[in-house]
Design a protein around this ligand. Sequence first.
Ligand code: ADP
Ligand code: MG
Length: 464
Amino acid sequence: MRQAFLGLGSNVGDRLRNLRFAVHSLEEASVVVETASHVYLTEPLGYTSQDPFLNAVLEVSTELAPLDLLELCQRIEDRAGRERTVRWGPRTLDIDILLYEDTEASAKYLTIPHPRMLERRFVLEPLSELADELPDRTTIDRALAECPDTSSVEVAGTLVALGDIREVPLAFIGTGKVGSAMAGDLRERGFTVDAVYDADGDRCTEVASAVGARAAKSEADAAGAATVVFVTTQDSHIRSACERASGTGGDMLLKTFVHMSGSLSLESMDAARRKGALLASIHPVQTFADSVSAARDLPGSTFSMTGSAGARAFAMGLVEELAGRPVPLADEDKALYHSAAVIAGNLTNMLIGAAAEIYRGIGFEERQAVEAALPLARTTLSNIEKLGAAEALTGPLARGDLSTLEANLEALDATFPEAAAAYRAVSLLGLRLVIERGAVDDATILAMKALLEGGAGAEVEGAP
Ligand code: ADP
Ligand code: MG
């Protein structure tokens, strides 16, 4: 794949829609739009008695050679209804190749870098968001400082929407814990929640009136007037809800769909993407037991974010408005990301459950068992917070105490084989932390490893 930067411009018709048409058409032609700048409002240059432009720059990956890419860009310009009458005159869509790898070349129909880019602030400003240098190693900042163009070039919004982010009409499909907390919080912060939809009609009316929104009759009805559609159903319903929402009404080229699932990739909303919608996902790294704690803990959370190029800047802005900490994530890493949350949260829970079961097995009351396990877990967590996981580690592994380790395993093998297997598996993983701490010598680490790998009843071979 080759890397290129494309400059987009439009000053006729629905300008934002024209830019979105360009993004969608490029992607349909297998040009991957990796990142997008903000959208800028700019004064026309050259032939000045025309309307202001919207401009943006895209970073793309493509298999196409430069001339084929140019041909594609021109075909997309034509499909957008561009008429080539006045040179540098009004146009529904202009797509220029600004940079293509480190190529510097000039031919009849194509010059790279784009011959006029250094004289155009509306190219350099958005490009400076995405790139640092030109092929001749001049920095973009330097090029901007030397740019003779003094016309006004200002951020107007993102490819998701122009203007104040609070005025962007939002819809929520699915009003569970996270959806209703999110809708309520955004509304309190002055955002515009246009509609909510829930398959449970009573729930739908209740949440709609709580957030001052319209109770929609269907997914498509909710999405109809919205620019940004949150699909906050259970994970298993996201795909079908998104299909129904993108089935009828509304111009999908002007919509963005956002889900808040921790484990699903953006592919789950492919129905909307195919019709031109941008996609994003924001996921609070939190567990919410109920609506009250969700509403309390959602703002200020860490949010992981994935999104198609045009939607990332918007999602970032949204999370910042929620006083959250955005952490960008690649869509293909979503499952791995979720597995970490399961290990940190759910597996800890299961291990504490197993510890309590062992206590009960040796005569502790239910209550006593939990009371015995919890302080250990709490102290561990607060030590990890203070010292990090490696330094906070205590116990036989951390001490290199082979005989205790062996005694633990022998006891568990005899009474609770599943816990013995978990003990072995987790400890093998934990040897990394033991090594990181550096307090146990190599021979002992190897002996512990052999013991842990040995399975039930294995002898410690080669232990010192
Ligand atoms: P501009 O984009 O400069 O406002 P046009 O879109 O009308 O003007 O383009 C005029 C011609 O510029 C096109 O027909 C194309 O062959 C040529 N051209 C040369 N280099 C490039 C480039 N890097 N990207 C796009 N067009 C280019
Ligand atoms: Mg052009």
